[in-house]
Design a protein around this ligand. Structure first.
Ligand SMILES: *Cc1c(COP(=O)(O)O)cnc(C)c1O
Length: 485
């Protein structure tokens, strides 16, 4: 499946738009859709149908007051849009591996779905690697990037052929020792921090002057050290960068990639050989949480990169991408029953079953991470009615446990449902165990193939956590552990 071209070190990257997984995606399509998620209005219709069907089929109701749903056709469409966007700007036969950042949605069936659409996995912990393996993603489609890899993790990755990006000189020393003692088929690179600056969310900006990630390229002596590292190690064939996630302007992301490309060119020129053969441009495409429109799109980003860094796409370099949020966010919805509708200080408050446990970022940093809320009635139909300023609260026992504060929505009443939109990445799959609240069930959905317009099929992605599991995870096997000390 490799083109045998520039990316010789990346044994199994796909080329020319062929599906890396040999899956059923729209392989070879060079048509660039204007959206990363299929048609945005179709997605809204599918979501409304799914909420109604979830209530009708009893997945959601008084006994199951919170569930999460994943739009399977939407996920497929985003994967197709990603591949098409880069196919449209790369020279024919350029090896390209799109590796999904597993941390965005660490769910095995999601990884498998993406793999069948030609998307591999970027992992950053032993747990994430285990998930990628459980999804059947082969080492040649997997990239390991974590900033704190132990010697054992490095040994295992290099023994199995997983691509590894070294974060810093000390990690490179460890890799040296492993490479000396055993041959490896792993493509190996160094992560650089181009220090191009941060975006609007400090916590997610990885290319600031003092970021903890990678080798800080503009620090004194860093560039020379990197060139020397490649000169001494012919097996160093990649460069990696990831400028940040959400809040980074596209122009800054492109600048980070441009700096990394310039470094690759400098290394190859000074070494007099094409040693760096693959550039890993990271992920970070922001997601629009303000409406149903998909913006920016993969196509826009790929075109911008092609303008700013044309040499990256002329066939001399293989490419790796690591998108996470932009592949999944708009395809996930948390839906929670309104257990009580009350009023306090003149403000209506809908007390629901979705709060910090499924939306930790929004609850703790509501200004940075506002979520759209959609109101549905007790039958799961979109709720009409005049907008009323209200709070949508969660079930946790602290005052800040709000999905939305002072939001204008049709008035939520007892038995209605509140849906937190665009939560497919970094939300319900990132459970926060406050109040020992159970992890909710997650279902994938798709329109039934033969069914009428209103039929929806569901598949379990993850069952709801049971009380026994909560007890077991909380030391339940050793209740007297402390009393004997
Ligand atoms: C988090 C992360 C990504 C994915 O970022 P998104 O914003 O979800 O696209 C990719 N690469 C690395 C190294 C990361 O840490």
């Amino acid at each position: 499946m490799s083109s045998g071209g520039a990316g010789a070190s990346g044994g199994a990257m796909s080329s020319g738009g062929a599906s890396a997984a040999g899956g059923a995606g729209a392989a070879g399509s060079t048509e660039v859709s204007g959206s990363t998620g299929g048609d945005d209005s179709d997605r809204v219709l599918r979501r409304d149908e799914a909420v109604r069907a979830a209530v009708e089929q009893g997945l959601l109701g008084p006994g199951a007051p919170v569930v999460a749903l994943l739009d399977v056709p939407g996920i497929r469409a985003s994967a197709t849009a990603l591949r098409a966007a880069f196919d449209a700007v790369t020279a024919p036969d350029t090896p390209v591996l799109h590796a999904f950042a597993v941390k965005a949605t660490p769910l095995v069936p999601v990884l498998r779905l993406l793999y069948e659409q030609g998307i591999g996995a970027e992992v950053a912990s032993p747990g994430e690697l285990a998930l990628a393996r459980a999804a059947g993603i082969p080492p040649a489609h997997t990239v390991l990037d974590s900033p704190a890899k132990t010697p054992a993790e490095l040994r295992e990755a290099l023994a199995s052929g997983i691509a590894v990006n070294a974060d810093n000189p000390q990690e490179l020393d460890r890799i040296d020792a492993i490479v000396r003692s055993a041959a490896t088929g792993s493509p190996i690179g160094i992560r650089v921090n181009p220090q191009v600056g941060g975006g609007s969310i400090e916590a997610l900006s990885t290319a600031t002057a003092t970021s903890k990630f990678g080798v800080a390229l503009r620090d004194e002596g860093a560039r020379e050290w990197i060139v020397g590292a490649y000169a001494d190690r012919p097996w160093l064939t990649r460069l990696h960068t990831h400028t940040g996630s959400q809040g980074i302007p596209l122009s800054l992301m492109a600048q980070g990639v441009a700096e990394t490309y310039a470094l690759a060119e400098e290394i190859n020129r000074r070494l007099g050989r094409r040693q760096v053969d693959t550039i890993d441009i990271g992920g970070g495409l922001p997601v629009n949480f303000g409406s149903d429109a998909t913006a920016p799109t993969y196509a826009q980003y790929a075109r911008l990169l092609a303008e700013v860094v044309p040499g990256l796409f002329d066939g001399r370099y293989g490419l790796v991408t690591e998108f996470g949020r932009s592949l999944l966010a708009k395809h996930g919805t948390v839906i929670a029953r309104v257990e009580y509708a009350k009023s306090a200080g003149g403000r209506p408050v809908a007390v629901t079953h979705a709060g910090a446990q499924v939306a930790a970022r929004t609850v703790y940093a509501p200004v940075t991470w506002p979520l759209r809320i959609a109101a549905y009635d007790a039958k799961g139909r979109p709720k009409a009615g005049p907008d009323v300023i209200q709070d949508v609260a969660g079930p946790a026992c602290f005052a800040g446990d709000l999905l939305a504060e002072g939001r204008a929505l049709p008035l939520l009443e007892q038995g209605d449902y509140a849906a937190a939109l665009d939560t497919g990445a970094y939300y319900f799959a990132h459970h926060y165990a406050y109040n020992s609240l159970a992890r909710p069930a997650i279902y994938g959905f798709a329109p039934a193939p033969e069914g009428g317009q209103h039929e929806v099929r569901f598949a379990v992605v993850r069952e709801q956590q049971t009380l026994d599991e909560i007890v077991a995870e909380s030391g339940g096997a050793q209740p007297s552990a402390l009393t004997g000390l």
